[in-house]
Design a protein around this ligand. Structure first.
Ligand code: GUN
Length: 295
């Protein structure tokens, strides 16, 4: 029987644990953790995501704030906003929603966020710490949220990951590369595949753990999946239906893959909900570190 990995339930459990820890942190004299999400412009998917992030922050007892800036915001103006947030004592986590408008220098912006407030884990210092971790990932390291969510789901599904063969399809800075670094730190044997990889189906069939993060609807077919493999589908693609309606699908052809996989995440309801829960976890870690305490 294929296990459908319930990311919605796992995320709800994680948020519940964060809520309890926020309660004890504040009761122990800590500040209310503050998360500021910065949205530049009105990218439709981003609008929905940032709303969820600030609402769920409030639900676990944090101060979730949304800072909406016009599409015309320049790099310099955004750097000014970040400098202010870097200094604000009640802001423990800063997240600049991506994608930014084309005229904004994305890496200048991400580099400007103070590493100890970088709840996205995108700052080069945090990326470097992740890639150079040896003997385990430090508990207080701010990890990118989606990869962290993938690892939690994999540990809940498989337990010990040591020695497993992992294939990560996709090499983005947001998902592919950090997920590969986390799997490597968990002692998996990791291959990163991408658009120039030759014979991708055969490579995928070698995987005990297959992570799909390419952003191409249902690209990974059922016969690319080894019998019993664990499949983590990070893709969230909106596709038009013949009747004009649209629905969300992953990067994996779910029905086909589920016939062979031992366990698989659905879309929606798999990795997606974990991303926000991990963001809240990171915000609490950052708030704890600001007080010199583990949260
Ligand atoms: N856009 C899509 N995913 C993410 C994410 O994890 N963080 C930010 N900041 N923007 C995103």
């Amino acid at each position: 029987m294929t296990r459908i990995i319930d990311g919605k339930a796992a995320a709800s459990r994680l948020r519940e644990r964060v809520k309890e820890r926020v309660g004890s942190f504040v009761a122990g004299g800590g500040p209310v953790p503050g998360l500021t999400v910065v949205l530049v412009g009105r990218h439709p998917a981003s609008l929905a995501y940032v709303g969820t992030k600030t609402r769920m922050a409030a639900e676990v007892g944090m101060n979730g704030r949304l800072l909406e800036l016009p599409e015309s915001t320049t790099t310099e103006q955004l750097l000014g906003v970040i400098a202010t947030l870097n200094e604000a004592e009640d802001v423990h986590g800063i997240l600049v929603q991506l994608p930014l408008p084309g005229h904004v220098d994305e890496s200048a912006v991400l580099d400007a966020i103070r590493p100890d407030k970088d709840v996205d884990g995108f700052h080069p210092l945090n990326v470097g710490r992740l890639f150079s971790a040896s003997g385990g990932i430090p508990e207080d390291l701010l990890l990118p949220c989606t990869p962290k969510g993938c690892l939690i789901l994999l540990r809940e599904t498989l337990g010990d990951l040591r020695g497993r063969r992992a294939v990560v399809v996709g090499r983005s800075n947001i998902v592919g590369k950090p997920v590969a670094a986390l799997l490597l730190a968990a002692d998996c044997t990791v291959t990163i595949a991408h658009s120039r990889t030759t014979d991708l189906p055969s490579l995928c069939r070698t995987a005990d753990i297959l992570v799909a993060a390419v952003g191409r609807p249902q690209m990974i077919r059922g016969d690319w999946v080894a019998e019993g493999a664990t499949v983590i589908d990070v893709g969230i693609n909106r596709v038009e239906q013949p009747d004009g309606a649209s629905r969300l699908v992953g990067d994996v052809a779910f029905d086909e893959a589920a016939e062979r996989a031992g366990a698989i995440t659905p879309v929606p309801g798999g990795v997606g909900p974990m991303t926000v829960a991990c963001l809240l976890d990171n915000t609490l870690i950052a708030a704890g570190a600001s007080q010199g305490m583990p949260a």
